[in-house]
Ligand binder design. Structure first.
Ligand SMILES: Nc1ncnc2c1ncn2[C@@H]1O[C@H](COP(=O)(O)OP(=O)(O)OP(=O)(O)O)[C@@H](O)[C@H]1O
Ligand code: SF4
Ligand SMILES: [Mg+2]
Length: 399
């Protein structure tokens, strides 16, 4: 299939609920050895979530997943970029409109032990948001009925409303957290490691519950997790983060089975496969430590661990490229690496210019008119050297 790639953030898809574009968030921190005191936790993050869709967000610890979640919850203010939900920018809203927006995006936290107030009953915890959003359920009778309904929705009994969090198991506590998130009838729930503190058997129950709720209520999820097998199981699309940047997005199957970015390839090569026959012959083990986000590498942030890195990777920042037909994105360089027969990127000097319409590589070389993208889905096409090596390249380490 011929695919067309464009330079920039993914276009909003039909039914897009949330659109994040080019969001940057900097924290002021203690000065590092190099004298830097500004930590860019999010550096030009773009992401979309459709209505009723589950998007997974994966990446190593400290890459910015929770910062993005907190920004979507309006707990952090981005330095730049835009966030729109159903076409509205929450940072431009005030008063009642802002309240209404806050109601629509809710969060379930990782730790069901720490995230529930031990001095309140389950019923008080679940109904607490109604004290702020008074117009939602006006009478005590309405609130009681809704509370019973929510308890039933998450698989708890009405009598559980009177118990305190200590009287529940971890899985039951997470059900209370989910009921609290549902109390305001949100359109999007951010799940930040929602099952990682639970036993395996309880994890499955909570994941099934989330799935059932989505089927019933049509709610969208942003599912943040380190557990790739869970992400593979529960998400429709996946976004991969590395040091504050999203370096790849696509359908869950594409990202797991046909990763484009070397970092994704390494991450996915380590993910357990359901069918042992599918097990990759080689596991790519990344060399070196994750660099400090306070002093990230220049150019491509992954270059210090990338076995495909070239000189240009130290000086050029990879930009997001989107395959229009599939909406897949990857961060890639307009490097000579991509200039080979069969590869077309509509990276024109004129925005939106495509092959055959005068588009050119950054050095001015015209993009060949007849070129196609037939082999784009080959692993990290954009990161390959111009000439295929005679023998397969050695990954960093084979484990
Ligand atoms: N309030 C803050 N002040 C200063 N630095 C912060 C703050 N919040 C986050 N950071 C830093 O921003 C970076 C991203 O943190 P974040 O919590 O978003 O990572 P994460 O991907 O959620 O990690 P994990 O998987 O461990 O939860 C980290 O380097 C972190 O130390
Ligand atoms: S080839 Fe270069 S741009 Fe691509 S991931 Fe590796 S270091 Fe980054
Ligand atoms: Mg986190």
């Amino acid at each position: 299939m011929t695919a067309t790639l464009t330079h920039g953030a993914p276009a909003p898809t039909a039914g897009t609920a949330l659109q994040v574009e080019n969001v940057t968030k900097t924290f002021h921190v203690a000065r590092s050895a190099s004298g830097n005191d500004r930590l860019k936790a999010l550096d030009g993050v773009s992401l979309s979530i459709g209505r009723g869709e589950t998007v997974g967000l994966v990446g190593e610890s400290g890459c910015g997943k929770s910062t993005l979640a907190r920004t979507l919850m309006l707990l952090e203010t981005p330095d730049s970029g835009s966030i729109t939900f159903e076409g509205r920018d929450p940072f431009s809203l005030r008063g009642k409109e802002l309240m209404a927006w806050r109601r629509r995006v809710q969060m379930v936290f990782q730790d069901p032990f720490a995230s529930l107030n031990a001095r309140m009953t389950a019923g008080e915890i679940i109904s607490e948001p109604w004290a702020t959003h008074r117009s939602l359920y006006k009478t005590a009778r309405e609130r009681d009925a809704r509370l019973r309904e929510l308890l039933q929705l998450v698989g708890l009994r009405s009598s559980d409303a009177k118990k305190s969090p200590q009287e529940f198991s971890g899985g039951q506590r997470q059900r209370i957290g989910i009921a609290r998130a549902l109390a305001l009838n949100p359109d999007l729930i951010i799940l930040d490691e929602p099952v990682s503190a639970l036993d395996l058997s309880v994890q499955a129950q909570v994941l099934n519950l989330l799935n059932e709720l989505q089927q019933k209520l049509g709610v969208s999820y942003l599912f943040i997790s380190h557990d790739l097998s869970v992400v593979r199981h529960v998400t429709d699309r996946v976004a991969v983060m590395y040091l504050g940047r999203i370096i790849e997005t696509g359908t869950t199957e594409d990202v797991f089975e046909r990763p484009l970015h070397p970092y994704t390839a390494a991450l996915m090569s380590a993910s357990p496969k359901l069918d042992p026959a599918e097990r990759p012959a080689e596991r790519i083990v990344l060399r070196g430590e994750l660099p400090s986000p306070l002093d990230p590498p220049s150019g491509c942030r992954f270059r210090t661990r990338c076995w495909k890195a070239q000189d240009i990777c130290a000086t050029e920042r990879p930009a997001a490229r989107t395959a229009q037909e599939t909406g897949r994105t990857t961060a890639a360089l307009p490097a000579p690496a991509v200039r080979r027969p069969g590869a077309v990127w509509s990276l024109g000097t004129a925005p939106g210019a495509g092959p055959g319409s005068g588009s050119a590589w950054p050095d001015g070389t015209p993009v060949p008119e007849q070129a196609g993208m037939a082999d784009f889905t080959h692993l990290a096409e954009c990161h390959f050297p111009m000439e295929e090596p005679a023998a397969p390249e050695q990954p960093a380490t084979v484990g």
